[in-house]
Design a protein around this ligand. Structure first.
Ligand SMILES: [Fe+2]
Length: 257
C-alpha cells in the first residue's frame, strides 16, 4: 500500500503562491508512477480557524485523482472541518459514533488507519482527552486479525530540537506515546504534521513517527533558541510516500520542481 502524505496547507484566499504550490504538488501526486492508494493530509488545511477558507481549499483538493483523508490541526476548528467535509467531500469518513470530534477509522485497506482529532482552540499543542484515549485503545484492541495500524494525529509527540515547537509540547504526548508503545505489535507508523518539515524518530525506540512537509512553507527545526516560526516560503516543495508491505514501512521523499 502507498500512502502519499502532505500536510499544513494553511490555505488563505489571498495566498496565491500557496495555492499554486498545492496545485503543483497535487499534479505530481496525480502523475506519480508509484500509484497512490490514498493521500493523507495531516492537519492545518486552513489558516487560523477561518471557516470560510474551506471552500477554496477543498476546491483544489478535489483535483486529486485518488481518495484522501484529512485530520484536524491546531488551525482547523473541528466543527467547521466536519461541516466542510459534509459539504465538499461527502464521501470522507465522518466522526465515529456521532462524536463532535473528527476521530474515525478507515478499514478498507490492508492497513487500518486510525485518525485522531487533537484540536483545541488556541492551543498549538492541541489536546487528546480521556475519552479520545479510551476510543483509541478500543480501536487498537479490537483487532483480532492483528492488522497493521497507521495512526494519524497532527502534532509530533516527541521533542524536535526546535525552541519554538518544543515550547508547545502538550501533556497528552506522554500518554499517547505509552499507548503506541504498548501496541507496537500492530502500530507500524504514526503520521503527523505541524512541524512544516519532515522529521522522523521512533516512539519508545520502537514505533516510527514522521511528520509530513507543509505544502506551503518550511521551518528551520534545529534552532533551540527560536521563539517564533520563520515560515520559509522559498523551501523546495516536497511530499512523502509511505510504502507499507508485509508489515514493513519504507518512507520516501519526493521533491516537486
Ligand atoms: Fe499545526
Amino acid at each position: 500500500m502507498h500512502i502519499f502524505h502532505i500536510s499544513d496547507i494553511h490555505y488563505q484566499p489571498t495566498d496565491i503562491d500557496g495555492q499554486r504550490k498545492l496545485q503543483r504538488i497535487i499534479q505530481s501526486i496525480n502523475d506519480s508512477p508509484a500509484r497512490p492508494d490514498l493521500v493523507a493530509i495531516t492537519g492545518d488545511l486552513v489558516w487560523k480557524e477561518h471557516q470560510e477558507y474551506y471552500a477554496g481549499c477543498f476546491s483544489i483538493l478535489s483535483t486529486l485523482s485518488v481518495p484522501y483523508v484529512v485530520i484536524s490541526g491546531n488551525h482547523d476548528r473541528t466543527a467547521d472541518l466536519i461541516q466542510a467535509l459534509r459539504q465538499y467531500c461527502p464521501s470522507h469518513p465522518q466522526p465515529s459514533d456521532n462524536s463532535p470530534k473528527l476521530n474515525y477509522v478507515v478499514d478498507s485497506f490492508p492497513v487500518r488507519l486510525i485518525a485522531l482529532d487533537s484540536f483545541k482552540h488556541n492551543q498549538g499543542g492541541g489536546e487528546l482527552t480521556k475519552a479520545d484515549f479510551a476510543w483509541l485503545k478500543s480501536k487498537l484492541e479490537d483487532n483480532s486479525e492483528r492488522k497493521p495500524v497507521v495512526i494519524l494525529v497532527h502534532q509530533y509527540t516527541l521533542p524536535t530540537g526546535s525552541g519554538f515547537f518544543d515550547a508547545h509540547q502538550a501533556s497528552w504526548y506522554k500518554e499517547f506515546n505509552e499507548i503506541v508503545v504498548n501496541h507496537a505489535d500492530t502500530v507500524k507508523l504514526v503520521l503527523c504534521g505541524h512541524l512544516h518539515n519532515s522529521v522522523s524518530s521512533l516512539i519508545g525506540g520502537i514505533v516510527p513517527i514522521i511528520s509530513g512537509f507543509s505544502t506551503n512553507w518550511g521551518e528551520d527545526i534545529l534552532e533551540p533558541n527560536k521563539t517564533e516560526p520563520n515560515r520559509d516560503t522559498s523551501r523546495p516543495l516536497a511530499y512523502l510516500i509511505h510504502r507499507i508491505k508485509d508489515g514493513n514501512v519504507s518512507s520516501y521523499t519526493v521533491t516537486v520542481k
